[in-house]
Design a binder for this molecule. Structure first.
Ligand SMILES: C[S@@+](CC[C@H](N)C(=O)[O-])C[C@H]1O[C@@H](n2cnc3c(N)ncnc32)[C@H](O)[C@@H]1O
Length: 206
């Protein structure tokens, strides 16, 4: 298939997609918001006074949703390599999450209190080689786990996107060392053909 034909097909499917239409109607920047909404409606993750870090936040629909819930007692910090248009109550840190300085900036911003929730919708750029991409995904997820051990309050939660494949079972076992519950979520807005799913790790232990 030529590149322009596949771009055209992608545009057509975007225009017909139920969640894309809904997101446009409600001024959300991405259909991804419905994944977080569904998980939050089921699991009641986000509270008005929460301090939350949104990893891989651009274009910003998850942060928009957080901003509609979190009040002035809470805090939202968004991180991405790509830029993000400003969102009320959201502090944006620009950079690669894998860069130690970016993580340090975030830790400084949060201070000693720690955060209630870390959410990660990050997906590294695809190389096209399945094994390499899966390795990169798991490596990034491990960095998120390490970061959680530094920034989460006891009792805090992590929601992270992963792709089914080598290493995901091991990652769940790793999370079980520090969280009371490790649950799998595949929200309806996550396309059936996609290998993506979310892990919700609840109640962080020091
Ligand atoms: C699927 S999008 C996130 C969509 C977002 N949740 C929303 O609702 O708008 C994934 C994002 O992860 C970001 N990303 C991937 N790897 C990253 C990294 N190492 N550091 C920071 N951001 C990263 C990408 O730039 C991209 O914007």
């Amino acid at each position: 298939m030529t590149k322009s034909k596949s771009n055209k097909q992608w545009l057509q499917s975007q225009n017909q997609d139920f969640y894309v239409k809904k997101a446009r109607e409600l001024n959300f920047r991405s259909r991804a918001v419905y994944k977080l909404m569904e998980i939050n409606q089921k699991d009641r993750l986000i509270k008005p006074n929460h301090c939350i870090v949104d990893l891989g936040a651009s274009p910003g629909s998850w942060s928009q949703y957080l901003s509609s819930i979190v009040n002035s007692h809470g805090q939202i910090i968004a991180i991405d390599i790509l830029p993000i248009e400003p969102i009320k109550h959201v502090k944006f840190i620009s950079g690669d999450f894998a860069d130690e300085n970016v993580q340090k900036k975030c830790l400084r911003q949060v201070g000693n209190n720690g955060v209630d929730l870390v959410i990660s919708d990050m997906a590294p750029n695809l190389s096209g080689i399945k094994e390499v991409d899966q390795c990169r995904n798991i490596a990034l997820a491990e960095l998120v786990y390490d970061f959680c051990t530094q920034i989460l309050k006891p009792g805090g939660d992590l929601l992270i996107k992963l792709f089914e494949g080598e290493g995901t079972q091991g990652y769940r076992e790793l999370l079980k060392q520090k969280f009371d519950k490790v649950l799998m979520r595949k929200p309806k807005a996550s396309r059936d053909k996609s290998r993506e799913f979310y892990i919700l790790a609840r109640s962080f232990r020091l």
